[in-house]
Structures are given as structure tokens and as C-alpha cells.
Design a protein around this ligand. Sequence first.
Ligand code: A2P
Length: 307
Amino acid sequence: MQKEISLNSGYKVPVIGFGTWQAKPNVVGHAVEQAVVESGYHHIDCAAIYGNEKEIGEALQNIFYTGTKREELFITSKLWNTEHHPDNVEAACRQTLKDLQLDYLDLYLIHWGIPFKHGKLLKPLSKLGIALTESVPIYQTWAAMEKLVKKGLVKSIGVANFTVPMLMDLLTYAKIPPAMNQIELHPYNSQFELVKYCHRNNIAVTAYSPLGTPGGLEKGDPILLDDSTIKKIAKAHKKTPAQILLNWAVARNTIPIPKSTTPSRIQENIEIFDFELTSKETEAIDELNCYYRFVDPINFWGIPYFD
Ligand code: A2P
């Protein structure tokens, strides 16, 4: 059995998840099947905006056919920015359930705290390249998320990309507190204080881009997997740099969701529980923090979200 983390909703989430962001059509389904059936992942991270939930839904059917039960898996999805209005939340969730061919989600997250203009365009932009937004306060979206729990469509609800002030506000009115905050986390952006705040408030933390998102690098981005400190520690443990990064993430009580569609890496990324980093190694990794974000809305939606 893999380690699990208890959520404030009473459910448990496996400490490593299988990421599906940037997983391409025609390969993602097979990757999910391999991850669950051959490599033993029990936690799959999805989102409507990734555009691959239908294919993952077919893969899940194949997985259930092999004997894995629905309740053995922890499946997350996310409400896209165009669907924040309370009138749209349930329909968006039901569409995801239909695509994934599921009766319920284990966890449903508000993907970003930015309500986009509702419509066919998933990323509506002005001529200046700035996201077109709509006046929907998060408290209204959250109340609609809470209704999904009451209706049995989702077991737990949470957020992604939320900062401390956003969480502080949410916690003042939430009847169901967020069970999770999914954020960009890796040694170049460790977000120590945000992680501490979440844990203090009983909000679990999922780490996206735990490998420094090497498949989606822009010009000038650093390559975390090539970092000399990480490589040196990997050599000492006879592990790969990716395994060091994932072990570090789990050791700090966060839940990494590495994405891979390469069979050997899918396997490699779950073989991280048979060694421990020394406190010196952990310190050395902690010192790599340089507040570097690979994912920042200022770059693609013109919104200084994290400023
Ligand atoms: P691929 O899917 O071709 O295997 P992140 O989860 O940080 O966004 O990283 C995902 C990216 O990292 C993908 O491009 C994936 O490539 C690559 N990747 C996943 N696992 C490993 C690994 N163990 N070693 C090197 N690269 C990896």
C-alpha cells in the first residue's frame, strides 16, 4: 500500500499522483492505463482544460475491466475559468463526469481564481492579449462547489493556484473548507510560507510541475532536472534526478503529480519510497529556491496574479 494523506473532508489521498497536463491525445489513455495497472498509481490528476478527459475516461473503463474498483482510485478534476458563474458550475462538473465516465469525483478544484468571460472560447483574450474576465466573486463559485458535495457529485472540494490572501478570504465564509490547494512547487519555487499556511489550516497541498515541467519550457527557463545539486544527490542515492525531486516533495508532506507518457519514466516516478534524503541534502535542495515560476498568468493572460 502506498502512503496516503488525510484530507479535512475525511477522505484520504495517495501521496503521489499521476499528472495528465500536457499529455497528448492518443498517448494519454495508454499512459493512464500503464500508470494504474502496471505501475500502481492510485491517484490521477485531470482537468477539463487539458482537453483529454474523454480519452482518460475510456482508459478508466479499460482499467475497471481489469478488476480495479472505482473506490480504489482517487480522481481529481478542475473547474475551468470560463465556468465560475454559479449557474455553470454543476454543468461543468457533469461534463467532466460524463467525459471521464464516472459517477463522482474524489476531488474537484477551482483551477484558478480568475473568472473568464463565459462562452465558447476557453481562453478569451483582448486584442492586447489580456484575458477577458467576468464579475463573479469566488464566494459565489465556492457556494456552487459546496452544492456539488451535497449532491454527491464530488467527495471533496478545493482550489488550485490560490495565494495566502485568497485562502484567508475563502476560509472566512466557506461552509466546507477547501481540502486542497494545488500549486506550482519544486525546488526553484518552494513556496515555504504558503505550504506552511496550508498545513496549519488543514489544507493539503498538491505540487504541480514537480520536475520543473521540462516538457513545456520557454526560452531562458532553467532546467531543474539538470541542476548540479540535484544530480549530485541523485548519484549518491543511485537514483535519478526526478526521483530525488519527487522524494523531496513527499518528504515535505506535499503530493507531487508528475506527468509522463514514457513507460520507463511512469515506473521510475513511483519508485521513490525506498530511500530517505539526509537533513544536509534536504537543506541543500531547500537552498535552491529562487522564486522561479514556470507557470505565471502574467506571461499568457496578461494578469499579474502573483505580484
Ligand atoms: P514525458 O511525458 O515525455 O516522459 P512536470 O510534471 O514537472 O510538468 O514534468 C512533466 C515533464 O517531465 C514531461 O515532459 C515528461 O516527459 C518529463 N518527465 C516525466 N518524468 C520524467 C523523468 N523521470 N525523467 C525525465 N523527464 C521526465
